[in-house]
Design a binder for this molecule. Sequence first.
Ligand code: NAP
Length: 320
Amino acid sequence: MLNSLMLCVSSSFVSVGASSGIGREVALDMAKRGARVITASRDEEKGLESVNYIKNLSKNSSVFWKKLNLSDLSSVRQFAIWFTSCEQRLDILINNAAIAYSNVEKTVDGYDLCFGTNHLGHFLLTELLVNHLKRSAPARIVIVSSLAHILVPGPLRFDKGDEDTLYPHLSGYEISKLANILHAKELARRLAQFGVSANAVHPGGVDTELWKGMAYKWPPWFCFLIRMMVKPVLIDANAAAQTIVYAAVDDRVKTITGRYFEKCSLARESIQAKSLSVAKKLWEVSSFLTGLQVHTLPLEVNEPRVVDCTDKTNQTLDRE
Ligand SMILES: NC(=O)c1ccc[n+]([C@@H]2O[C@H](COP(=O)([O-])OP(=O)(O)OC[C@H]3O[C@@H](n4cnc5c(N)ncnc54)[C@H](OP(=O)(O)O)[C@@H]3O)[C@@H](O)[C@H]2O)c1
């Protein structure tokens, strides 16, 4: 288990998907270490409730929420414009948000909901924040994946499809979680010389809101059966947060990049998740699908910047 006593005073930390479940516990842990914590998710009420929860338990007042919908690439761009205009540094980025089941099939941009949200949304966000990470180096990116990535049945298929459904085989929760690991590998390769590391994590099985959406896909009896089957191996959200925090702050991970962790240790990913050529191909496809040009790191946010840097509670975001 994590035994790092590292403090993050004056470190700036962004946790995507911290309004509930594992991400909220990660943000709480970082707030207790003294970091300036910015949480980002879709639902304002949930997001602000989570900020209050974190502030109350951590006694850290530098905890903020900002709206971000990873299922809508224009929302990702808006968040990045706000962040890069209002915040001076970014030491740790945690890409934790995910959706597994929904009554909606596609993202706003027309991509498969799981792949588009869990991978493409985080992919674009990371690209748009990468210059802040480089400026804050040594900096870390942690991408929350899942053991479920091993369930991807065969090689990833990159058939382009047609205009209505681009890359039709890049879909589903398991593929999105495989993409998370491949994303970390390619980021690690691209960012090593800049002092920015990128690792992926399986947090462990937790009974969170992620599972509730199962009802959209299967009948109640089947959902009940699955829940009963997995119950004995479930851990609580705080325990699941440990490996993410470990990858984010522990000294033992300082020089490690492009790896996959479970239970605060290096773990084995699937053979496909190790493939640097698949990681590179996925990067190119993701750049295309998110409207970024291939081979153009560092990337800038090319949009007009009229940005309000006050937060929802009308506090001016105090800079250290
Ligand atoms: N629970 C498990 O058993 C388990 C196992 C392995 C891996 N994981 C991984 O752990 C991570 C956290 O999962 P969790 O179990 O804590 O799930 P959760 O409780 O459902 O939390 C998911 C978070 O993602 C946010 N989110 C969902 N869709 C979003 C979107 N379109 N844009 C922005 N934020 C969005 C949610 O906030 P809003 O709804 O407010 O937007 C919420 O904060 C995920 O990456 C998941 O794949 C979980």
